[in-house]
Design a protein around this ligand. Structure first.
Ligand code: GRF
Length: 180
C-alpha cells in the first residue's frame, strides 16, 4: 500500500490515482490543500498533520507515521510535500520514502530549483524521483526524465512541461518500487 504526502495542488497524486496504484492514505501538513480534495474524490482516507498542532516536528512526524502504518502503508511518496521529514519519521520507513523533484539532482535542489536552473543558464531540466534522506533533496536518484529548456521559457512554462514529465515518470517508478 502507498501513502502520499502532499502540501499543494496534488497533480502528481492525481497521476498516481489515475494509474490505479494502491494509494491507501493521503496526508498533508496543510489543511485545505487541493490535493486532499483529489484524494477525497477518489475515496482515499486523508488526514492533516499541521505543525502548529504538535509540540515539535518530530512529534508531528511520529503521529503521521502512526497514521500511515494504520493504513498499512509500506511505501511513502512525497508528491509536492513541502516540509522536511525528520530522522524519526525516516526510521519508521527505512528506504521506503521517495520524492518527486522538478530538476536534476544534486545540481538543483530546494524549493526554487527551476528558478535556480534558469538563472544558471542550464539547457535542460529533468523530472527526478529520488529516495528521501535527512537532507534537502540529497537522497539517491532512482529515475529521471529529461525536459529541455526552450528559448523564451519562463519558470511557469518550464514548470508546466516538467509537470507533464513528472506525471509520466512518477507512476512508472512507483509501480516498479511496488513490484506491480
Ligand atoms: C512538483 O513539481 C514536484 O516536483 C515538486 O512539487 C510539485 C508538486 O506539484 N516537489 P503537484 O502538487 O503534484 O501538482
Amino acid at each position: 500500500m502507498i501513502g502520499v504526502l502532499v502540501s499543494g495542488e496534488g497533480t502528481n497524486l492525481q497521476a498516481l490515482l489515475d494509474d490505479g496504484l494502491p494509494v491507501s492514505a493521503v496526508a498533508s501538513n496543510v489543511a485545505g490543500a487541493r490535493a486532499l480534495r483529489r484524494a477525497e474524490a477518489a475515496h482515499v482516507p486523508t488526514a492533516v498533520f499541521a505543525l502548529e498542532d504538535y509540540d515539535d516536528r518530530e512529534a508531528r512526524d511520529l503521529a503521521m507515521a502512526d497514521w500511515l502504518e494504520e493504513h498499512r502503508v509500506e511505501l511513502v511518496v512525497c508528491a509536492g510535500y513541502m516540509h522536511l521529514l525528520t530522522p524519526a519519521f525516516l526510521r519508521r520507513f527505512p528506504d521506503r520514502v521517495v520524492n518527486i523533484h522538478p530538476a536534476p539532482l544534486p545540481e538543483f535542489p530546494g524549493a526554487h530549483a527551476l528558478e535556480d536552473l534558469l538563472a544558471a543558464g542550464a539547457t535542460e531540466s529533468a523530472a527526478t524521483v529520488h529516495y528521501v534522506d535527512e537532507g534537502v533533496d540529497t537522497g539517491v536518484v532512482i529515475a529521471t526524465e529529461p525536459v529541455p529548456v526552450l528559448p523564451g521559457d519562463t519558470v511557469e512554462t518550464l514548470r508546466e512541461r516538467v509537470h507533464e514529465a513528472e506525471h509520466r515518470l512518477l507512476p512508472r517508478v512507483v509501480r516498479e518500487l511496488c513490484g506491480r
